[in-house]
Design a protein around this ligand. Structure first.
Ligand code: KIV
Ligand code: NA
Length: 262
């Protein structure tokens, strides 16, 4: 799997299945089950480390889990989150830290934020580091946003999100994650850029879907958000649950309206 193939999937209208991954065992299982992209998400701050936000995750944590995942993967494309504080200061800071994640086995790095991140995206991409954007609910800004809530609900916020998506794409971002935005807005954004848009709580009309693996297996100790579906419910093994997830993403039976926001 590679970025070009993922962009061709979007062009063909084939949905992209993405799951988070933090270790070699689950990475190998997801890879075998047909997941095209594994995201080493800073959600590991919650799922692995037991924190209440992604803010305490360090670059060393992300390097370690990226190496673990890379060791388990044959085919899937690996994206690693840049953790809070590792890229916001300057493009140079972002490059230095992104280079460490790429050396650990990432094939793309993901950063949160819109137009403010445009120069950083361009700086990395021009120097050979593919970048995935992340808009909507950006968990590293949870204290600024006032909680884990739907974004882009009013007209101004919706217009700003669309503008941010275009700015990131124009700066050379190769992919975009949209988290907790109304389904209709996510559909518009997906149609407005040529790069794959991966949704989470963003409706069925994105170019692909991502879930946190502990959420979709029903094993997260905390409260899972409403956009999650537990794929373990009708499965007899973890591998089968992941296969069902891939199928549901491809045939657009997930996310259903009850997993989406109006
Ligand atoms: O950290 C993460 O798992 C993520 C996804 C939920 C998009 O950023
Ligand atoms: Na993340």
């Amino acid at each position: 799997m590679n970025l070009l193939a993922l962009q061709q999937m979007k062009a063909r209208g084939e949905k992209i299945a993405v799951l988070t991954s933090y270790d070699a065992s689950f990475a190998a299982l997801s890879d075998k089950a047909g997941v095209e992209v594994l995201l080493v998400g800073d959600s590991l701050g919650m799922t692995i480390q037991g924190h209440h936000s992604t803010l305490p995750v360090s670059l060393r944590d992300m390097e370690y889990h990226t190496r673990c995942v890379a060791n388990g993967v044959q085919n899937a494309f690996i994206i690693t989150d840049m953790p809070f504080g590792s890229y916001q200061k300057t493009p140079e800071q972002a490059f230095e830290n992104a280079a460490l994640l790429m050396a650990a086995g990432a094939q793309m790095v993901k950063i949160e934020g819109g137009t403010i991140m445009r120069d950083t995206v361009r700086f990395l991409v021009e120097r050979g580091i593919p970048v995935c954007g992340h808009l909507g609910l950006t968990p590293q800004s949870v204290h600024q946003l006032g909680g884990y809530r739907v974004q882009g609900r009013d007209e101004d916020a919706a217009r700003q999100l669309l503008q941010d998506a275009k700015a990131l794409a124009d700066a050379g971002a190769g992919m975009l994650v949209l988290e907790m935005v109304p389904a209709a807005l996510a559909a518009t954004i997906s149609q407005s850029v040529t790069i794959p848009v991966i949704g989470i709580g963003a409706g069925k009309d994105c170019d692909g879907q991502v879930l946190v693996i502990q959420d979709m297996l029903g094993i997260y100790a905390g409260k899972s958000p409403r956009f999650v579906r537990n794929f373990m419910q009708d499965a007899s093994s973890i591998e089968q649950a992941i296969m069902h997830y891939v199928t549901a993403v491809k045939d657009q039976s997930f996310p259903a309206p009850e997993h989406s926001f109006e």
